[in-house]
Write a protein of this length. Structure first.
Length: 334
């Protein structure tokens, strides 16, 4: 069977993730959901729902996963769109490749709920998820790993990277120590007035433009707030970046966001942190979500999976064939 390679189709599909000055909020959200939602999840991944900290979340569990590892995924969508439904298929692939459960929160969106609403929701989810995982680990259910501790991966794309890094900047050290990796797909890292991308009038790549970043930023928060590291992570202090978890940045080599990503990686490296920048030639913003149109999407996700499964900090992988633990906890709460 021939490998599908439709770059033009991929660009057309991914453009719906970009909120422009011409976008209408309801139509923008509906288009993302219509484009990316699928009722059938890949690779035998099981889907369930749970509330963490009062926030509805998807829990995606592959057939084989590390029992003490959880990926918390903060979706993109220009701060305005995106949902559990639209990211469910993509995150199911991530769950399968990473051999880990993936939790996708349905956090509040701008413009009705501007900054810091999304960050507050993600903080609530992380606290509740951390508590559940800590209690579960302390029970010592695994015979081969009676003292296992929670192992979290924080993953995000686009505008979700701003929210995920704000979460990390606010975490106390004891919480950070449980985070084994941070994965950033095509991250938005600088929405401030100092950003060369935002200040340019007509700078663009296949998907993202200066107009997209300006418009999305303007509905997310006041301009004064964009100078905060909690909105523009590239502006973080050295203290916020010290002892940071290992970071993986994966993106297309042609993105206008690339220079910000490289600058962020250099800052992290200069402070002694582990950073892996994975640039894909001739690829566009969030090409990983066009897996039905370009083969690079599958290859990129395979690479992420290999990095994560090869970096377990000595923690065991547990094969699971029945319903996952988190799904059981859902039933017990009902």
């Amino acid at each position: 069977m021939a490998v599908v390679n439709d770059r033009k189709g991929a660009v057309k599909k991914l453009k719906c993730l970009a909120y422009t000055s011409k976008s209408e909020t309801t139509a923008f959200r509906e288009k993302i959901d219509k484009t990316f939602y699928t009722p059938i999840l890949p690779n035998g991944v099981e889907y369930s729902e749970v509330n963490y900290g009062g926030i509805p979340c998807d829990v995606l569990s592959p057939e084989i996963y590390a029992s003490n590892r959880v990926v918390l995924y903060i979706h993109g969508g220009s701060f305005v769109g995106g949902s559990r439904a639209s990211y469910r298929c993509f995150c199911a692939s991530l769950a399968s490749k990473a051999c880990a459960r993936v939790v996708i929160p349905e956090f509040r969106l701008a413009p009705a709920f501007p900054y810091p609403s999304a960050l507050e929701d993600i903080q609530q989810v992380f606290r509740a998820l951390y508590t559940e995982e800590q209690v579960t680990s302390s029970l010592g259910n695994e015979k081969d790993s009676p003292s296992a501790s929670p192992d979290f991966v924080i993953a995000a794309d686009g505008s979700g990277a701003s929210i995920s890094l704000a979460l990390l900047y606010n975490l106390r050290e004891r919480y950070r120590q449980c985070i084994s990796n941070v994965i950033l797909f095509s991250p938005w890292l600088n929405l401030s007035a100092s950003s060369p991308v935002l200040s340019a009038k007509k700078l663009s790549d296949d998907i993202i433009s200066s107009d997209v970043l300006r418009k999305s930023s303007s509905v997310y928060t006041y301009e004064a707030n964009t100078e905060s590291p909690l909105v523009s992570p590239l502006l973080a202090t050295d203290e916020q970046l010290l002892n940071f978890p290992p970071v993986i940045i994966q993106m297309g080599d042609t993105e206008i966001l690339k220079e910000d990503a490289l600058a962020f990686a250099e800052r992290l490296k200069s402070l002694g942190n582990d950073v892996n920048v994975d640039l894909w030639p001739d690829m566009m913003f969030m090409f990983q979500m066009a897996d039905d149109l370009i083969p690079e999407s599958h290859l990129a996700m395979d690479k992420i999976g290999k990095i994560l499964t090869g970096n377990r900090s000595g923690k065991d992988t547990v094969k699971v064939e029945n319903k996952p633990r988190l799904e059981q906890s859902i039933h017990s709460e009902a």
